[in-house]
Design a protein around this ligand. Structure first.
Ligand code: NAD
Length: 471
């Protein structure tokens, strides 16, 4: 068990002797670490340190910022195996995938800012004006548990690049990789106070950030429920907000698509990280006359996938991150049955031999009513809803028929046709015929899925204010 009873403030590790929070291993339910349940005063110290560091860091050169990001990237590479294992244990992602995504994506994202920064136009001419892009100030970063380091890096790397100073409150469910990040940053040339980290509960230290006048921006990733609280609190003193929240993304399979490839591609996307992915394609829209065949294909995938400890190289599907999350998903599976959807595969009982830990069977529902709760609400587990449609117009209407709009997919034999349908989806990104993920493309949501964009230049611009000098 790791004792991580400390916070990182003003370039120093400050020991914490108050209450702690347990961190659990998804596969076993064992406590694997303890982190501070910090108090408001500790968060206030971190915010004051970030504020004191702002003036100087906001005037740092591009070369200084690039150097720090290069040192950060080197540290992330050196500690990648450790990061992958910590996140696998906490969140449940199979270790190989965790190496590629949970440890690999932060390296790649940091690289995009290293490459972008030297040529980024921090000032430009518009008529008789010089338009300048200035760092927004002290940024409070609040992050979730499902891709813990990735969500942190998507904020910390561009905020450093923009010249902002930072206070991070990582998720209390999966905080270990944030400690590794703080250790890495401690070894770089980043001046003290530019990056600070305080661990604790959202309602306590997160809330302190929301109400503190020195914090000029809140960059949040997490549930829509918490996003509401943040948007309201931030309004009180007009903090800038960037919100990345939940989703209920649709995969629209058109009649001329390769059904097998589309169903398998969509369902495997839904199962990634045990369904604990904000962009998961959790609603599969299929032509009514292909519904039964789609259920058969998805059912075979569900019944064939190897569940187990994520540290075992043969495991394809690990557990969920917490008992609370497991119970929530199981309740949704029971609700789906009660709502009258057809249970094609999986179900609410724990998988055989995996009663310990937080495992849930990959579950396929067929004939799902698009207005039912399982088709409208984010389940955040390995559960897919197959919804039949009659016409293309109906498919688009169903796809757009939730409060969310984070991601989506369209599959068709004809790519131009797929693009036409994709352009009608009210969602931040659409994968056409399984198009590859792009770390330079903007990422974010319509509607209740978010405000703002991360990744690429859009991610950097979240942290910049605009000033114009009339000359
Ligand atoms: P959550 O909203 O419960 O918690 C997210 C963070 O907010 C945590 O650090 C938590 O401590 C903090 N928090 C909670 N209450 C707070 C309060 N009152 N004030 C300030 N901070 C508070 O979300 P979660 O369960 O950790 O993560 C899962 C959710 O995140 C899902 O809904 C998922 O879709 C979403 N998510 C979205 C994206 C995206 O990019 N759109 C990415 C990953 C996860």
């Amino acid at each position: 068990m790791k004792d991580l009873s400390k916070n990182y403030i003003n370039g120093e590790w400050i020991n914490w002797s108050g209450d702690t929070l347990d961190v659990f291993e998804g596969a076993t339910g064992d406590v694997i670490a303890k982190v501070p349940a910090s108090d408001r005063a500790t968060m206030e110290k971190a915010i004051e340190a970030a504020d004191a560091a702002f003036e100087s860091w906001s005037e740092s050169t591009v070369e200084q910022r690039v150097k720090v990001l290069q040192q950060l990237q080197a540290g992330l590479k050196a500690r990648a195996p450790e990061i992958a294992e910590a996140v696998s244990r906490e969140v449940g992602m199979p270790i190989k995938l965790s190496g590629m995504i949970q440890a690999g994506l932060p390296i790649a994202v940091t690289g995009t800012y290293i490459d972008m920064l030297p040529d980024y136009p921090f000032s430009e001419q518009s008529g008789n004006s010089e338009v300048q892009y200035a760092p927004v100030g002290v940024v409070g970063c609040i992050t979730p548990w499902n891709y813990p380091l990735h969500q942190v890096i998507l904020k910390v790397a561009p905020a450093i690049a923009a010249g902002c100073t930072i206070v991070l409150k990582p998720s209390e469910v999966s905080p270990q990789s944030a400690f590794i990040l703080a250790e890495i940053l401690d070894g770089t040339d980043l001046p003290k106070g530019v990056f600070n980290m305080v661990c604790g509960l959202g309602g306590e230290v997160g809330d302190t950030m929301l109400k503190h006048p020195l914090v000029r921006m809140i960059s949040f990733t997490g549930s829509t429920r918490t996003g509401h609280l943040i948007a309201h609190a931030a309004a009180d003193d007009f903090k800038r907000i960037a919100l990345e929240m939940g989703g209920k993304s649709a995969s629209v399979i058109l009649p001329d698509a390769d059904l097998e490839a589309a169903v398998k591609g969509s369902f495997m996307n839904c199962l990634q990280n045990s369904g604990q992915t904000c962009t998961a394609l959790t609603r599969m829209l299929v032509p009514a006359d292909k519904h039964d065949q789609a259920c058969e294909i998805a059912g075979a995938v569900a019944n064939g996938v190897k569940l187990g400890n994520p540290l075992d190289e043969n495991t394809r599907l690990g557990p969920l991150a917490s008992a609370e999350q497991r119970d929530k998903v199981v309740d949704y599976i029971k609700l789906g049955i009660a709502e009258g959807a057809t249970l094609v595969a999986g179900g609410p009982d724990a998988p055989e031999g995996l009663e310990k830990g937080y495992f849930v069977k990959p579950t396929v529902f067929g004939n799902v009513d698009p207005d039912s709760r399982i088709a409208q609400e984010e389940i955040f587990g390995p559960v897919v809803c197959i919804i039949p449609y009659q016409t293309e117009e109906e498919a688009i209407r169903i796809a757009n028929g939730t409060l969310y709009g984070l991601s989506g997919a369209v599959w068709a034999g004809d790519k131009e046709k797929a693009k036409k349908v994709a352009s009608k989806l009210r969602t931040g990104q659409v994968f056409v015929n399984g198009g590859a993920f792009n770390p330079l493309a903007p990422f974010g949501g319509f509607g209740h899925s978010g405000i703002g964009r991360e990744f690429g230049k859009w991610g950097l611009e979240e942290f910049l204010e605009v000033r114009s000098l009339q000359l």
